[in-house]
Design a protein around this ligand. Structure first.
Ligand code: 3PG
Length: 405
C-alpha cells in the first residue's frame, strides 16, 4: 500500500509501515496545493496527517485514496463530509494523547494559581516581590468542573483527585453509574457545572452539537475569580463572551487553542483574548505535543494501516453510517463457486432494491459459503422462491426483518 505522510511523524512509525510492505512518502511540509499535487502524484491509498488541512479539492486529485488517518484525536482539519461522498474512510487515534493534554491542562491550572508567568518574568527583570506572589489560593479542596468526560476529561479528573480536588462534570453521554465509578458529581448541563466549580476545564470535541456551547450564559454562572481552561477546540467556546467574562468576572484563563490559529509553521499571531487585561496564559496548541504522546499516536496510526492492509477493515473509522437504510437481511447459503452471488445480486437489482451491506464467509473445506446481504427493501415470497430455484449453486435462502433501533 502506498502511504503519504503529510506531517511530522515518528521515525519508528515510518519504519514500522515499511516493515509490512508499505511504500511510504513522508513530506512533513505539504499543505494546500502542494498536498493536493502530492496526493495526485503519489497515487497514495493512505494519507496520514496531523494538523494539516485536508480539503475537498485535494480529494479529487486521485481515485486511489481510500483512507485518511488523523494522527491525533480531533479530526476537524479534515473535510469528512467530502471524504464520505467519495467512499474515503477517515480514522483517528483517540485517547493516545489524553495524558499529554491532561498534563497541559494541569500545567495551566497550576501556573494560573501561582501566577507563574508574571512571577518568573518579574524575577527575570530583576524584581523581587514575595509579598505580591504569596497570594496563591491553592488547589486542595477546590472544585474542578469538567466539560466532556472522554479519555482526556477522565485523565484530568484522575489528576484532580490526586491534588485533593472535588470533581463535577457534564458530558453528553455521562450516566450516573459512570459518574459514580469515576468519582465525579454528575451535573445536568454545562451551566450547572459552571455554577458548581472554581475551575472550568473544557474537554469536548469540535462538533455541530458542541459549537459555542461555552457561551455567555455558561460563563456568567462562574463565580468571580474562577479559572477557565480550554485545551480542547476553540469553536466550543465563544471567545468574545470569554473576553467579556474576563472583564466582568475577573477570570483567570489558560488556553491552548484559538480562533483562526495558524498551523505548524512559525508566524505572527496575537489573539484578542491573549491581549485582554488579566491573568491570561496561552500556549501554542501543544497539548498533544509530547514525545510520549506522538509515539503512541504513531503506533496507533500504523495499526490502522496494518489492519486495513490485512483485512480491509478500518479501525476507529469516524465516517461510517451508524444506522443505514437496511430493513432486512438476505441469508444466502451457497456453493462456493463463481457466479452464484452475481446471480442473486442481479435478481435483487432488477426489483430496484439496493444492497446496503454485504458479507460472505466460506465454510471450512471451501466447498460452501454463506452471504449475508442487507437490503433496503424486502423481497416478496414469490421472488425469494424464484431466486432459490433459479441457480443450482444456491443451497438455501432466507430473509429476516431488521429491527430499527
Ligand atoms: C488532537 O486533536 O489530537 C490535538 O488537538 C492535537 O493536535 P495536533 O496533533 O495538531 O497537535
Amino acid at each position: 500500500m502506498k502511504v503519504l505522510i503529510a506531517d511530522k511523524f515518528d521515525e519508528k512509525g515510518i519504519e514500522d509501515l515499511k516493515s509490512f510492505g508499505c511504500q511510504v512518502t513522508c513530506e512533513a511540509k505539504l499543505s494546500g496545493d502542494s498536498l493536493r499535487d502530492a496526493i495526485a502524484k503519489t497515487k497514495c491509498e493512505g494519507l496520514i496527517v496531523r494538523s494539516t488541512k485536508v480539503t475537498e479539492e485535494m480529494l479529487d486529485g486521485s481515485r486511489a485514496l481510500a483512507l485518511i488517518i488523523r494522527a491525533g484525536a480531533g479530526y476537524d482539519n479534515i473535510d469528512v463530509a467530502a471524504a464520505s461522498k467519495r467512499s474515503i474512510m477517515v480514522a483517528n487515534c483517540p485517547g493516545k494523547n489524553a495524558v499529554a493534554v491532561a498534563e497541559l491542562a494541569f500545567s495551566l491550572i497550576l501556573a494560573l494559581d501561582r501566577r507563574l508567568v508574571e512571577n518568573v518574568n518579574d524575577l527575570r527583570n530583576g524584581k523581587w516581590n514575595k509579598k505580591e506572589y504569596s497570594q496563591a489560593r491553592g488547589l486542595k479542596g477546590r472544585t474542578i468542573g469538567i466539560l466532556g468526560l472522554g479519555q482526556i476529561g477522565q485523565s484530568v479528573a484522575r489528576r484532580a483527585h490526586a491534588f485533593g480536588m472535588d470533581v463535577v462534570a457534564w458530558s453528553r453521554s455521562l450516566s450516573s453509574e459512570k459518574a459514580e465509578n469515576l468519582q465525579v458529581l454528575r451535573c445536568t448541563s454545562p451551566a450547572d457545572v459552571a455554577s458548581s466549580c472554581d475551575i472550568l476545564s473544557i474537554h469536548l470535541p469540535s462538533a455541530p452539537e458542541t459549537k459555542g456551547l461555552v457561551n455567555s450564559e455558561v460563563l456568567n454562572r462562574l463565580a468571580p475569580g474562577s479559572y477557565v481552561i480550554n485545551t480542547a477546540r476553540q469553536d466550543v467556546v465563544d471567545y468574545d463572551a470569554l473576553c467579556n467574562a474576563v472583564k466582568t468576572l475577573d477570570l483567570r484563563v489558560g488556553l491552548d487553542v484559538y480562533p483562526k490559529e495558524p498551523g505548524a509553521t512559525a508566524e505572527d499571531f496575537l489573539p484578542a483574548i491573549i491581549k485582554a487585561k488579566g491573568v491570561i496564559y496561552g500556549t501554542h496548541h501543544i497539548g498533544a505535543s509530547t514525545a510520549q504522546a506522538q509515539m503512541a499516536i504513531a503506533d496507533a496510526a500504523v495499526e490502522v494501516v496494518r489492519v486495513f492492509c490485512e483485512t480491509g477493515r478500518v479501525q476507529n473509522c469516524v465516517n461510517l453510517r451508524r444506522r443505514g437504510d437496511a430493513s432486512c437481511t438476505l441469508r444466502v447459503r451457497h456453493i462456493n463457486k463463481p457466479g452464484v452471488l452475481a446471480f442473486v445480486l442481479n435478481a435483487v437489482r432488477t426489483d430496484g432494491i439496493n444492497v446496503e451491506e454485504m458479507e460472505n464467509v466460506i465454510c471450512d473445506g471451501g466447498a460452501s459459503a454463506c452471504a449475508q446481504i442487507k437490503l433496503d427493501q424486502s423481497l416478496t415470497k414469490a421472488k425469494l422462491s424464484k431466486i432459490e430455484k433459479g441457480h443450482d449453486g444456491i443451497i438455501g435462502l432466507t430473509q429476516s426483518q431488521l429491527t430499527k433501533s
